[in-house]
Design a protein around this ligand. Structure first.
Ligand SMILES: C[S@@+](CC[C@H](N)C(=O)[O-])C[C@H]1O[C@@H](n2cnc3c(N)ncnc32)[C@H](O)[C@@H]1O
Length: 236
């Protein structure tokens, strides 16, 4: 059993399969940003759903028009999502899919994207991705670029697309790419977080990646500070 908690006191108990990603601060800031900005129920796709922390937290906060839609490239994640949807009595349509590929007949009022989006090089030395696919390229942008190219046709207008830019990727490139693709886009939340202790031993490698702009972070009083920004794209 795993408890996913937000700073506002909200929490949800989830079953967590060992082969499925454990939610992080990025999962939390995405949920918080959406709760702060969306006030009614939407037809939602949780893209890169993992065990369901994001989608099911939105359901518990009355933002999901049932059924909730969810997908992940990992079969274990989809099964874990189904277990948790049933546990929380949320009707669902869940499937295994590379990005949006299996949703061709569908449109959503909201797509929340939390597919792997940090540099593949960083993922190799982080234990976040021990059990999770992270085929994102050296600067972490490969999956995001593919989603940016395709997402509009899966949105029922007026609708929204939410995604994070994590500083363990090429922030400037991903931001510029998104600005070139979307007319109405804004940053709605930032979350600063310390680099996990177990990754500090890779600081020199991280600094080399930072020189190439593949990652970004600040060093403050011996701490390495990373960040996640949440973006909202509006389609009208
Ligand atoms: C950072 S984890 C987030 C999981 C979940 N949203 C959470 O908050 O715990 C990224 C998820 O994206 C999935 N993923 C990786 N590559 C993918 C792809 N090509 N298509 C769909 N999902 C993918 C992973 O299996 C993983 O579950």
């Amino acid at each position: 059993m795993y408890t996913f908690k937000l700073d506002n006191g909200f929490s949800i108990d989830l079953e967590k399969n060992d082969k499925v990603f454990t939610p992080t601060g990025t999962s939390k800031v995405l949920v918080e940003a959406i709760i702060e900005n969306v006030k009614d129920k939407k037809k939602i796709l949780d893209l890169g759903c993992g065990c369901g922390a994001i989608g099911l937290s939105l359901f518990k906060n009355n933002i999901v028009k049932e059924p909730i839609y969810a997908s992940d490239v990992s079969e274990e994640a989809v099964n874990n999502f189904i277990t948790n949807s049933e546990k929380h009595k949320c009707k669902y349509i869940a499937k295994q899919s590379h990005l949006l590929n299996e949703w061709n007949e569908n449109q959503f009022e909201m797509i929340v994207c939390d597919v792997s989006a940090i540099s593949e090089e960083v993922a190799k030395f982080s234990n976040w991705f021990d059990v999770t696919s992270c085929k994102t390229g050296v600067d972490g942008s490969d999956l995001m670029k593919e989603i940016f190219e395709n997402v509009e046709k899966y949105i029922k207008k007026p609708g929204h697309f939410y995604f994070p830019i994590i500083s363990l990727s090429n922030v400037d490139f991903i931001k510029e790419y998104s600005l070139s693709k979307f007319k109405k886009i804004k940053k709605i939340k930032r979350f600063n977080w310390p680099l996990p202790e177990e990754m500090m031993k890779h600081l020199e490698a991280l600094k080399k990646l930072r020189e190439k702009k593949f990652v970004d972070f600040k060093e403050v009083l011996g701490m390495v500070i990373c960040y996640t920004d949440v973006y909202e794209v509006s389609f009208e």
